[in-house]
Design a protein around this ligand. Structure first.
Ligand code: SAM
Ligand code: FES
Length: 363
């Protein structure tokens, strides 16, 4: 039996390296009083370790071209129903500049695996952003070589997001056939070696992923010692091979996963990811009350949004960046939380010790 006393839940962070998957599964089964205790402990630990600030990281989905054919993803190469777009570099830079004005202290540049956006091109965009605004830049474009990663770092980008999707190698091979799990993890290591603050995570509720797999994912993400962990529900897209996969019957499992992530990773940045709003109305607001400290307003210009549907039901398709940012601010303030005014660097001091020219680490 798992002990759900506040003292025991608080101690989990110290025990995370020795926790057995079965103990995580027991936490994932929490109900009623225990469930409330789990969420309250995650919220209390968040307040104690990373404070009341909510950092706004605006996401700019700058291209939906993708070479890959991931079985789960709505913008996979094989989906002919998607009209493809690329934002012109100047438009991406202008969006980042707006982000700064809209209260986002960092931006996430995200796309499919699009070879048109070569590393030199990405570096130009990053340099352009740095010239015109103070925002920190996270890159989320999939895999790049170690030399390319160093170029991105030298251009002033200091954060990355590469999700490992699932720690079950066999499942990974089936749903992400164009690259290996090991390659993706190596890429994450290459980013870290180049001085990046690293972000990764996984999808919750993939098909053929019982609670034991979810527990292994939670422990794997914890062992990676990340600066940011982004996890969200897997939501089946009709135009993919995984169409029709049902959501988990117990919707709370998605939320419990995030609360446990906080308990095992006291100093991590934990975003309330967009897919939670597709799962249930107000999903992201709930997450901010059970361990999350980051919110990601969608800053993709309105005309592109409908074409960047990784999963159905994505919120705010008809809004623009300014409206999204304003709405997010209201949501955060309503919860009695503060908007983070700094770039929201890693809370792990050792991960900030890699100097690089023209970087975004200096506060
Ligand atoms: N192409 C880059 C990569 O693969 O790292 C970045 C963009 S990728 C489209 C962003 C993330 O969306 C993926 O890592 C995956 O976790 C998530 N995603 C894709 N399809 C999804 C779905 N159907 N439901 C939930 N999340 C999904
Ligand atoms: Fe584009 Fe998976 S479908 S990276």
């Amino acid at each position: 039996m798992t002990d759900f006393s506040p003292q025991r839940l608080h101690r989990l962070a110290d025990e995370r390296h020795t926790l057995a998957p079965a103990e995580i599964v027991a936490l994932l089964h929490a109900q009623d009083h225990d469930l409330k205790a789990l969420y309250a402990a995650a919220d209390a630990l968040r307040r104690e370790k990373v404070g009341d600030n909510v950092f706004l990281r605006g996401i700019i989905e700058f291209s939906n071209y993708c070479l890959n054919d991931c079985a789960y993803c709505g913008i996979r190469a094989g989906n002919q129903a998607v009209s493809r777009y690329r934002m012109p570099p100047e438009e991406i830079i202008a969006r980042a500049e707006h982000a700064d004005r809209w209260g986002c202290t960092s931006v996430v540049l995200q796309s499919g695996e699009d070879p048109w956006f070569t590393t030199p091109r990405l570096c130009e965009i990053i340099t352009g952003i740095k010239r015109r605004s103070a925002v920190a830049v996270t890159i989320s474009v999939g895999i790049r070589s170690p030399a390319e990663i160093r170029e991105l770092r030298a251009a002033g980008c200091a954060r990355c997001l590469v999700r490992f999707e699932t720690s079950d190698r066999e499942l990974f091979a089936r749903i992400h056939p164009d690259e290996t799990f090991e390659r993706r993890i190596q890429c994450l290591r290459d980013f870290r070696a180049a001085g990046f603050q690293t972000g990764s995570g996984f999808m919750i509720g993939l098909p053929d992923a019982p609670l034991e797999t979810l527990a292994a994912d939670i422990l794997y993400a914890t062992r990676l010692d990340l600066d940011m962990i982004g996890c969200g529900p897997f939501i089946a897209h009709a135009d993919t091979p995984l169409a029709g996969t049902p959501l988990l019957a117990d919707r709370e499992i998605y939320f419990k996963t995030i609360a446990i992530m906080r308990l095992l990773n006291p100093l991590v940045h934990l975003p309330a990811t967009t897919a939670f709003d597709a799962l249930v109305r107000g999903g992201r607001d709930r997450l901010l009350q059970m361990g999350c400290n980051v919110f990601m307003p969608n800053l993709t210009p309105g005309q592109y949004r409908a074409q960047y549907q990784l999963y159905p039901g994505k919120p705010c398709l008809d809004e623009d960046g300014a409206a999204c940012a304003a709405c997010v601010m209201k949501r955060v303030e309503k919860l009695g939380r503060l908007i983070g005014r700094s770039p929201g660097h890693s809370f792990k001091p050792a991960n900030l010790s890699h100097p690089a020219p023209d970087d975004d680490l200096g506060l």
